[in-house]
Design a protein around this ligand. Structure first.
Ligand SMILES: NC(=O)c1ccc[n+]([C@@H]2O[C@H](COP(=O)([O-])OP(=O)(O)OC[C@H]3O[C@@H](n4cnc5c(N)ncnc54)[C@H](OP(=O)(O)O)[C@@H]3O)[C@@H](O)[C@H]2O)c1
Length: 209
């Protein structure tokens, strides 16, 4: 698929590099595509990746991945042009500098994103685990779980496949309003990893029998 990754931080780098190495066309959308940091990502990602400004990346792609700070989401979306008909993966978390949720219970960051781009098929994904786990989702050879939600079945099928391409198991939690559960879940991961001191090599896995 043709994927635009908006943001070249930890998440953008992990997802974009992984997908490029799996044969997807990855277009990083960066405010500074010529910066050394971005060039280093391109070197790691290989021949299937390039970097341009965010609006150019979004225009070319079938799937747009939002991987910017939660505080930058509202300002970033209007810079991306017309996203109608595209799949928009919201990997962001609406977290304050004090590690609290900025919104919750009656809405979610993902629903706020969907309200800003009503024509896009928004899927919440890649927000409940650390970027290192996106680069390597295997623990003792077993895939960890990527929890997703969204209102469009075809978009969720496509996002599930993209997560599986990276090596994840996928659990579809339901409609987009379930992002009200997945965003706090990210804070569970963060609380365990940092304040509770378990470190970043931890992950959620749904077990079945
Ligand atoms: N880090 C994790 O483990 C993790 C895991 C799950 C979800 N998340 C969520 O995913 C999102 C991205 O996280 P991240 O850790 O990749 O963030 P990050 O390392 O801070 O990178 C965010 C990127 O967004 C772009 N950006 C656009 N507008 C920006 C602005 N106003 N200020 C700063 N950067 C801006 C920048 O790329 P350009 O300079 O190239 O434009 C920047 O490199 C966040 O919402 C975070 O909560 C993070």
């Amino acid at each position: 698929m043709k994927l635009a990754i908006i943001g070249t931080g930890s998440v953008g780098r992990a997802l974009g590099t992984g997908w490029a190495q799996k044969g997807h066309t990855v277009i990083f959308g960066s405010r500074h595509p010529d910066e050394e940091k971005v060039q280093q990502i391109l070197t790691a990602a290989g021949e299937n990746a390039r970097a341009v400004l965010p609006d150019v990346a979004a225009a070319e792609a079938e799937v747009v991945v939002l991987a910017v700070p939660g505080t930058a989401v509202a300002a970033t979306i209007p810079t991306l042009g017309n996203l109608s008909g595209k799949i928009l993966i919201d990997a962001t978390n609406p977290i304050t500098p004090g590690l609290q949720l900025a919104v919750g219970h009656t809405t979610s960051g993902a629903e706020q994103v969907a309200a800003l781009v009503p024509g896009a098929h928004v899927v919440k994904a890649f927000n409940t685990t650390g970027a290192e786990n996106m680069a390597n989702p295997l623990y003792h050879g077993e895939p960890i779980t990527m929890f997703i939600c969204g209102d469009d079945a075809a978009a969720k099928t496509a996002v599930s496949q993209l997560a599986q391409d990276l090596g994840f198991d996928v659990a579809d939690v339901g409609r987009l309003d379930k992002a009200r559960l997945l965003e706090p879940m990210a804070l569970v991961w963060i609380s365990l990893a940092m304040p509770q001191g378990l470190g970043r090599d931890i992950a959620f896995k749904l077990v079945r029998r």
